[in-house]
Design a protein around this ligand. Structure first.
Ligand code: 5GP
Ligand code: ZN
Length: 139
């Protein structure tokens, strides 16, 4: 557990947060700066820097909590859908070094634009897929 980690402080109760779900392994609380109202962060109670540090069992606990909180957003707030996102690594926008899953409620025409997409050229897709496939490690 990292003393200076803000999410560990929330887990310990050293700083406050609006908690919405908790079990033995996982805590979920409102993001302090929501993309949309009801934006929730789901975190492992054990400090884990990013996805690489989270074991399979904890991943299952996290996703179970995501599903439970998602259902609660639907039932409690009338949310019709939500985005589930992990910003994994600084280059992906991870600002807090304690793995967390964003659940972002969506509303029709809420102004959130989809990610820009592109097209592969020539043989690029086949080469990339081959490189990724050859690098898969069962961890
Ligand atoms: P990241 O960019 O690392 O994926 O997301 C970190 C999230 O943590 C941000 O959406 C940010 O608003 C949220 N956050 C940062 N500090 C606090 C805090 O002290 N309390 C709560 N509830 N959320 C925080
Ligand atoms: Zn932490």
């Amino acid at each position: 557990m990292k003393v200076n980690c803000i999410f560990c402080k929330i887990i310990r109760g050293d700083i406050s947060a609006y908690k919405v779900y908790e079990d033995n392994n996982v805590l979920a609380f409102l993001d302090i700066a929501p993309v949309n109202p009801g934006h929730v962060l789901v975190v492992p109670k054990v400090h884990s820097g990013n996805l690489d540090d989270v074991d399979e069992l904890m991943l299952a606990y996290l996703m179970r909590a995501v599903k439970r909180v998602g259902k609660a957003l639907e039932k409690g707030l009338g949310v019709k859908g939500y985005n589930v996102t992990i910003n994994n690594g600084a280059v992906a926008g991870q600002l807090i070094d304690h793995c967390h899953i964003h659940i972002i409620p969506r509303q029709p025409k809420d102004g959130l634009t989809p990610w820009p997409q592109s097209r592969y050229k020539d043989d690029e897709a086949r080469k990339l897929a081959a490189k990724i496939k050859a690098s898969v490690v069962i961890c």
